[in-house]
Design a binder for this molecule. Structure first.
Ligand SMILES: [Zn+2]
Length: 97
């Protein structure tokens, strides 16, 4: 993890982007991506997430991914010095440098 974040920070400095690390105890797997209810009894062997509150049903990893994407949505995205850049803009910026 430390090596990965070190590399990410190097890339951040190179392109002017920003690295945000989610707290390791953020309950991305246990939180319903539909209603944000937390399922305390979800175990590592549970591969599917069924919400006790709204009945939402997803693969555990997809549910966690949606929660992490929602977390990141609240953050400003700046790549290669461009705010809210899309992939095409980033590729063009890299080619021009
Ligand atoms: Zn739910």
């Amino acid at each position: 993890m430390a090596q990965h974040t070190g590399y990410s920070r190097w890339v951040d400095n190179l392109y002017g982007s920003e690295l945000d690390i989610v707290d390791r105890f953020f309950p991305s797997s246990k939180t319903c991506s539909n209603c944000q209810d937390i399922k305390q009894d979800l175990t590592l062997s549970d591969r599917w997430f069924t919400c006790n509150n709204c009945g939402g049903f997803n693969h555990r990893d997809l549910n966690a991914s949606i929660n992490l994407a929602s977390y990141a949505d609240g953050l400003s995205v700046k790549v290669c010095g461009v705010d809210n850049a899309d992939v095409t803009t980033v590729k063009q910026k890299i080619k021009s440098n």
